[in-house]
Design a protein around this ligand. Sequence first.
Ligand SMILES: C=Cc1c2[nH]c(c1C)Cc1[nH]c(c(CCC(=O)O)c1C)Cc1[nH]c(c(C)c1CCC(=O)O)Cc1[nH]c(c(C)c1C=C)C2
Length: 607
Amino acid sequence: MLRHGLTTVSSLRPLCHNALRSAGQLRAYSTETTPSNDIAILGGGITGLACAYYITKQLPHANVTIYEASDRLGGWLSSKRVPVKDGNVLFEAGPRTLRPSSNGALAAVLMQELDIAKDAIFAQRTSPAARNRYVYYPDRLVRMPHPSFGIFTNVYNMWTEPVFDGVIWGGVTEIFQNQRDESVQDESAGDFFSRRFGKKLVDRILSGVLHGIYAGDVYKLSAKSLFPGPWRDEAQAGSIVGGFARNRADGPEVTRREGEYLQSMKDMKWDPLLRDTLKDTTAFTFRDGLGTLSDGLVRHLIGTGKVNFQTSTAVESVKMSDAGNSVMVKTKSPEEPKAYANAISALSPKHLNSIRQSESSDLVPHMHSVAVMTVNLYFRTPDLAPSGFGYLIPLATSFERNPERALGVVFDNAYSPSTEDVDMNNWHIQNPDQLKEAREAGQLINVNDFAWYNMPDKPNTQDDVKVRGTKLTVMLGGHYWDGWPAYPDEQEGLALARSLLERHLGIKEEPEAWQVNLQSDCIPQYTVGHEQRVKTAHANILLEYKGRLRVAGNWMSGVGVNDCLRSAWDVVRGLRDGRQGTGLEHVGSTEYVRLKPVKPEQRAEKD
Ligand SMILES: C=Cc1c2[nH]c(c1C)Cc1[nH]c(c(CCC(=O)O)c1C)Cc1[nH]c(c(C)c1CCC(=O)O)Cc1[nH]c(c(C)c1C=C)C2
């Protein structure tokens, strides 16, 4: 990663490393001991840390060793404070927010269990981050429709803006389109939605949305893996719109495994205030950024005394023992491999294949990953960008309007209250006693669209400055950089970001602080045939490791932080229940259950 004038947010990380390294050196493993309770985790990113966390909770007798090649834990979660003239601002190199819904419930539970909810910032559904989402097409920012703008504004925009050309017609005629042939096993998301709704919608909107999630090419990513619901709806109801209507009336269909997961999240012992806060939250982060989550996990794991951290320790091989009753993990030092009852790989498929050291074909079939460059910029002048989440740049935006081939820009100000928001003179209720009373009565306190959990303290803010300027992140790379022999360096990345911001937002100002981060191979691409590749990986891993090696991470069922937590949660439950598996057994499951339909009054509450 390339950095510019940075200090580390948390003093915890280096501290953890030192403490943990010496603890790790003290614990002696030998190939002669019975490793019945010893579990190795390969990789100390968020997935590896979460696996260790769930093991300490669900398998209390287990001893865990985490192997991490680099000298820091947390992987792509990387939050840094950068000095500016009147204080400091927070930059995120990687993911910056989490959604609380679906797999996000696990992050919410972690927040409660690690006692970090008091440091969280909850952007509400009413906030600009939720309402104002833009697409840049053909030469301007266009705001996407939202129920709160009213039907007239939404219809007018859809009628007049070229980005929506054909969208209404595509929606109305979708039910009349031919169903795909039964023999089609998968197709690209681009081809699938072009067939159903028209190519304009794909090129002008959907391609941008997939830039924002996968940094990928809509015409290569798999419809079956990314959009399992619409993919099944076409096959079963004849159309996506028909399937949508049926799900609304009868309740949505989910896999049995998903139904069980949702039930166990409901059964959690929730702090009622946190639960209510999350109900109205679109996305959350922390005062010191998402690094708070990995730091919180590390702190907890140290506290258990059951986790041995081996940082700066690359795994060279992972093999079954000759007796077939343990997994042998070998590092450079010590040279003798260590035996474990079980191992979990939280590594990328490419990395796992490389340490398996086999002449035969890959354990996990090849999966391409893209590189993403994030350029964080802080400008002294406030409000240089409109309020909102940011904007996505779809494939249809011409080369002349996007020669940098950027994927999108995040307006980071949207995820943290400003200095003015924290000023009590701007609050609806200004009496602290009244606020406290409301909080004690279990009422949600909401300050200018940010929920407030850490009473009696003031709301958390990320940027510690007197007057807040404009904080943006330009996203470059992704599929546009596929096959490039080298990527732009720090200065080139900065220049690309600045020229894009000047053309799109008219920002000519010199940034007061900036940071360029390059992550190679960071977002796996679920291209057409993904499900089949994961099934093959499952069969290969099971055959070779007989259930003693399992895998977790962002390459099977979702690329986000929440998906990593979910995959860690699943893999540890499989281990706990003694299921013969790999962590991939659920992929392609065809067992479905129907959930109860959402009642109209609940729907209104949600909106
Ligand atoms: C840093 C680069 C990343 C890009 N995509 C992801 C990362 C980490 C992964 C990702 N991004 C989003 C999701 C959807 C589900 C979710 O967890 O929210 C995933 C898996 C959506 C998203 N994309 C951006 C933001 C700020 C968010 C989340 C918050 C929200 O929807 O309110 C911005 C963004 N990320 C990337 C690009 C190109 C981009 C552009 C604006 C790549």
